[in-house]
Design a protein around this ligand. Structure first.
Ligand code: AMP
Length: 241
């Protein structure tokens, strides 16, 4: 496949979509191909929670209940990350912004840095499909690895004992640590996250559409198929098509 057309501005991309739409997976692939960092506020918050920092301890209760972490906390984290030198050529935002105040804060941050050109890709997947995907999702229990899998596509099982209400059933093919189900991937938390998505995050589709920067991408299908559509959408947007 062709590379992203050269841009004179940083390649600042937001991946929007419901929980379980494949944002994290696609953001990771896209970041590798485009050569810019993936910024996942969920990963940053989970690492902070695992490390027991004050922000992490505060965030943990919201995350496990499937609720959004307060805007002022997440906005600070995102602003700090975007200011890092590795973001000078662009970034792929995954899971941020999730509310209108977050989107407005991001707009101000980017404008202040002279980077007003955004590409927003919305991964379109229906609720039934995301629920199915999330219930089979397993993540590496080592926060420094944080690889994500689905039980349907994992290599042969390697059983581990059940631990603390989490499903510990296989090892990470990358690093060998146990795979676990995220607490917020449990059924009630997923229903709550979908309610939050439709109430607070979905309005961002109209917000970015009205700014002329939104591209919709069909998120149904296998990872490679969706990755191809995401890449084509990015190329079209970066080329101004
Ligand atoms: P994710 O890994 O993106 O699904 O995020 C997991 C959880 O982290 C969410 O359900 C929220 O509790 C929290 N979180 C991540 N990003 C944000 C954000 N931009 N705003 C508020 N909460 C967030």
């Amino acid at each position: 496949m062709a590379s992203v057309p050269p841009t004179v501005v940083p390649l600042d991309v937001i991946l929007l979509g419901p929980p379980g739409s494949g944002k994290g997976t696609q953001a990771q692939l896209l970041a590798q191909r485009a050569g810019v960092p993936q910024i996942s506020t969920g990963d940053i918050l989970r690492a902070a929670a695992a490390a027991g920092t004050p922000i992490g301890r505060r965030a943990k209760q919201y995350m496990e209940a499937g609720k959004l972490v307060p805007d002022e906390v997440v906005i600070g984290i995102a602003q700090e990350r975007i200011a890092q030198p590795d973001c000078a050529r662009g970034f792929i935002l995954d899971g941020f912004p999730r509310t209108l105040p977050q989107a407005e804060a991001l707009e101000k941050t980017l404008q202040a840095a002279g980077r007003s050109v955004l590409i927003v890709l919305d991964l379109d997947v229906d609720d039934q499909q995301v629920t199915r995907r999330i219930s089979g999702r397993r993540v590496c229990s080592d926060p420094s690895c944080a690889a994500v899998y689905h039980v349907d596509t994992l290599p042969s099982p390697c059983p581990l004992p059940e631990g603390e209400g989490r499903v510990r059933e296989r090892r990470c093919p990358e690093c060998g640590a146990g795979l676990v189900q995220r607490a917020d991937d449990a059924e009630e938390a997923v229903r709550q996250r979908l309610r939050v998505y439709h109430g607070q995050t979905e309005p961002l589709i109209d917000y970015y559409e009205s700014r002329g920067v939104l591209r919709r991408v069909n998120g149904e299908g296998d990872i490679e198929e969706v990755a191809r559509r995401v890449w084509e959408a990015l190329q079209a947007a970066a080329g101004g098509a």
